[in-house]
Design a protein around this ligand. Structure first.
Ligand code: AMP
Ligand code: GLY
Length: 423
């Protein structure tokens, strides 16, 4: 079967690797891919948002299954467009992807499904938002409604900060159209975890829980990034909590969507806050695999990913319990100096082969490109070095050992990935 993966980050390299393990898969194309995805097939120079171009490619090359990595093509309607051409594609339709594309829609769905989340109000005028702020409890969180590459969420300790956040989002339109509406919500305390499930709108297959590390610096300090590392399983999500997440969050959300005429197919990713006494609240939903969560999660998956994605895309998933390795996995993101701000590109990377030869280690590429036999940096998050171990301690030791073998000028990574899990 010929498979097309859309995207070019660490998540897509992990998807390419895992799909390449399936006996059903004969050819893998990644658009646009990176230096890593070349290990499993061909890269196609078409942008993930060029939906017409991608559809043409899929038709011309008789692609059997397309798998969409990032949110943007999903919110632009790539699934609707492929389906209308009779192509099989894994991901939510445009209407379903609004669960990530509009935080206000997401909050309304959460409310409709009676799923616990932070209290909130939605605003489409800066003046009204500011009026509300004068009576709101601090700290609070101001969020742009639309997609803002993870930057549209501002945690505010003071009224002055909150007022500034409203001005930034709605006055200055710092995130463009994403700021036409905003939400103001209660600040939640606790530990974050990611729970992802694959669904065809009826059946659900839960993925192993994971924990991401969003802040750039050790100890969760500094600005938020796309994610600096992740590990699985996440001990904060106990097997009991996992059951509860499926029955009281994932399934009710899918049903609430269906009640408004939306059949959700694809990955449903719940960003959760777990309070000290184990109370769960949903921070957000994403409409795709998490990056970097996808890397350690897929490394533990023992089932055939192609079969799962194909069945989900066809509406034949059913409730399914997936098989997972007992081993623990951990991914450390190696980033360019300066990320998440500005950074240099085109720096040669060394040590990839040596690290990749270690057993139970996979070096997933994110922002890389190949040029005349060398691999160069090409993005903020450059690599996702991922290792397995009998426990999280062993996975950590092995992964950091692999990281030590790799270098490029200014390479930066967090040294405390999964430290919380060692407690
Ligand atoms: P979101 O894109 O809504 O998940 O927000 C990005 C990040 O901001 C989350 O991963 C949290 O770290 C933080 N965050 C968002 N909403 C809240 C909240 N209500 N309380 C505390 N932290 C939050
Ligand atoms: N790692 C967070 C995300 O993919 O949204």
């Amino acid at each position: 079967m010929k498979t097309l993966i859309i995207g070019g980050g660490g998540r897509e390299d992990a998807l390419a690797w895992k799909l390449s393990e399936s006996p059903h898969v004969t050819e893998i194309f990644t658009a646009p891919g990176n230096a890593g995805t070349l290990r499993y097939g061909k890269n196609v120079d078409i942008s993930p948002v060029d939906i017409e171009g991608l559809k043409r490619f899929a038709i011309d090359n008789s692609i059997d299954l397309t798998v969409v990595g990032p949110e943007l093509p999903l919110t632009l309607g790539i699934v609707d467009s492929f389906r209308s051409a009779g192509l099989l594609i894994f991901g939510p339709t445009q209407k379903a992807a609004a669960i990530e594309g509009s935080k206000a829609f997401c909050k309304d769905m959460l409310r409709a499904a009676n799923i616990p989340t932070a209290d909130y109000e939605t605003f489409s005028s800066a003046e009204e938002a500011k009026k509300y702020l004068s009576t709101a409890r601090l700290p609070l969180v101001v969020k742009a409604d639309g997609l803002a590459a993870g930057k549209g969420v501002i945690i505010c300790q003071t009224l002055a900060e909150a007022t500034e956040a409203v001005t930034l989002i709605m006055g200055e339109m710092a995130f463009g159209e994403a700021g036409k509406r905003l939400i103001i919500e209660e600040f939640l305390e606790g530990e974050e975890a990611s729970y992802l499930a694959i669904t065809d709108g009826n059946g659900v297959a839960g993925l192993a829980p994971a924990q991401d590390h969003k802040a750039i610096f050790d100890g969760d300090r500094g600005p938020n990034t796309g994610g600096m590392g992740a590990y699985s399983p996440a001990p904060i999500i106990t097997p009991q909590l996992e059951k509860k997440i499926l029955s009281s969050i994932i399934k009710p959300l899918i049903k609430a969507m269906k009640d408004v005429g939306i059949v959700y197919t694809g990955v449903l990713y719940a960003g959760l806050m777990v309070s000290e006494d184990g109370v769960l609240k949903v921070l957000e939903f994403n409409c795709r695999f998490g990056d970097p969560e996808c890397q350690p999660i897929l490394m533990r998956l023992e089932d055939d990913l192609f079969e799962i994605l194909c069945d989900a895309a066809k509406g034949e998933l059913g409730d399914r319990v997936l098989r997972w390795s007992d081993k623990h996995s951990l991914c450390v993101v190696m980033a360019s100096e300066g990320y998440p701000g500005s950074y240099k590109k085109d720096l040669p990377i060394s040590g990839l082969e040596e690290a990749g030869q270690m057993s139970d280690v996979l070096v997933f590429h994110a922002g890389t490109r190949a040029e005349k036999g060398t691999v160069l940096t090409a993005g903020g998050r450059v690599l996702g070095v991922t290792g397995l171990g009998r426990d999280i301690r062993e996975a950590r030791t092995r992964t950091y050992e692999a990281v030590d073998k790799i270098s490029f000028k200014g390479a930066y990574y967090r040294k405390d990935i999964a430290r919380k899990a060692l407690r």
